[in-house]
Design a protein around this ligand. Structure first.
Ligand SMILES: *Cc1c(COP(=O)(O)O)cnc(C)c1O
Length: 404
């Protein structure tokens, strides 16, 4: 087989469908987020980032950076091994205490990423619990889907956020089979929020465990940044809360928070936890500082929500259509793959605004969009420049406006 020709023809098909992914080559600067330098063939340019998942700008917060510097000066670069073999440092132990406290759980377990925490936890539960059926929301993240696939247990997909469909499927399953309901709080692409309480009620009724991915909510919602479940007083009703250290907390890593026995079980059986080098202590130190800061400081959360509201108001004033959801994610709808890519390219090249186009297969065709994520660090002038640019491009592209 001509392997090179195979790779190239697969890539060609992505190009032909307009789905080939191009990375922006960025350099972030401490102290000037959301500004970044973009490296182009014509040299460096300054851009404003409008699609970062560093939702609160914690990736450059002085408390986080100082903690990371102190850790590297104190104990060096890497962890030096897997958690089991010499890689558990005091920073990891303290981070797990911090996370258990954040979610009001007995225990927590840190992984190298949110992806791995979903994959390893769901995979291990599905493999080890005899006859487990996992009820998975249709819009769950790829990492949950892959974990469930790896588990090779029975899985039932229920319609996104649809309680009637979930209940019908729970009722149709063997009443004696162990069950787990896996879902997210804030969904990344539409920014909608699951009915967590009602899902927990169904879980109680049918004797199911609950698994909630709060990746797009931790740090940002709840009085201490514990997520939507904290805001709604529901943390104790969830069997497992999963989160990331890489989005609002601004660093990297993933975790679950749950009972001591459940965390110990995953620690002891999950291949994706056991056989990989622990996070560097610097990252654990940065995460501890970030979580602690956000537990005590509502300032970033309040300012974040205010910025989101302001952006929506400006978009509405010039009829730029966006999904009216209850979260901080602002999906501006284009509804055409080529136009979406074109607008994103022009925004970057002519307006120095970086917002990545979101096309199929991340979202369904005809719902192509710009996924805009305002942060507390975007100024009024930034917001006006963004919306002014969209206003001009909407006219050039002959795109429909929302009717007020
Ligand atoms: C980003 C994301 C993850 C993965 O988290 P990482 O820490 O980036 O690996 C998991 N779930 C959802 C819903 C996500 O959007």
């Amino acid at each position: 087989m001509d392997f090179e020709a195979f790779f190239k023809s697969e890539l060609d098909s992505l190009h032909n469908e307009g789905r080939y992914r191009v990375f922006a080559d960025l350099e972030r600067h401490r102290g000037s987020f959301p500004r970044a330098t973009r490296h182009t063939p014509d040299g460096p340019k300054e851009v404003t980032v409008w699609c970062s998942n560093d939702y609160l700008g914690m990736g450059q917060h002085p408390a986080v950076i100082d903690a990371m510097k102190e850790a590297i000066d104190h104990c060096g670069a890497g962890a030096g091994g897997t958690r089991n073999i010499s890689g558990t440092t005091h920073y990891h132990v303290r981070l797990e205490q911090e996370l258990a406290d954040l979610h009001g759980k007995e225990s927590s377990l840190v992984f190298t990423s949110g992806y791995i925490s979903n994959w390893a936890t769901l995979g291990t539960l599905g493999q080890k619990i005899p006859g487990l059926i996992i009820f998975s929301d249709a819009l769950n993240h790829a990492s949950m889907i892959e974990g469930i696939r790896y588990a090779k247990c029975e899985r039932v997909i229920w319609k996104h956020n649809d309680l009637n469909d979930l209940e019908a499927k729970l009722a149709a399953a063997d009443p004696n089979a162990p069950k787990l309901i896996a879902f997210e709080s804030v969904y990344s692409m539409d920014g909608d929020i699951a009915p967590i309480k009602e899902i927990c009620d169904l879980a109680d009724k049918y004797g199911a465990m609950t698994y909630l991915d709060e990746v797009h909510a931790v740090g940002m919602y709840g009085p201490r940044g514990g997520g939507i479940a904290e805001r709604e007083g529901l943390m104790d009703r969830l069997t497992i809360i999963e989160g990331t250290l890489g989005k609002a907390f601004g660093v990297m890593g993933g975790y679950i928070a749950a009972s001591a026995a459940l965390c110990d079980f995953i620690r002891s059986y999950a291949s994706g936890f056991i056989f990989t080098t622990a996070l560097p202590p610097t990252l654990a130190a940065g995460a501890i500082a970030s979580i602690r800061h956000l537990k005590a400081s509502p300032f970033e959360r309040v300012r974040h929500q205010e910025r989101v509201k302001k952006l929506r108001t400006l978009l509405d004033a010039c009829g730029i259509p966006h999904i009216p959801n209850p979260s901080h994610i602002v999906p501006v709808m284009v509804g055409d793959a080529a136009k979406c890519k074109w607008i994103s390219d022009i925004m970057l090249d002519s307006y120095d605004i970086y917002v990545q186009p979101i096309n199929y297969p991340t979202v369904p065709r005809k719902t192509e969009r710009l996924r805009i994520t305002p942060t507390p660090l975007h100024s009024d002038a930034d917001l006006e420049h963004l919306v002014g640019s969209l206003h001009q491009l909407w006219a050039r592209c002959a795109l429909a406006r929302a009717v007020a």
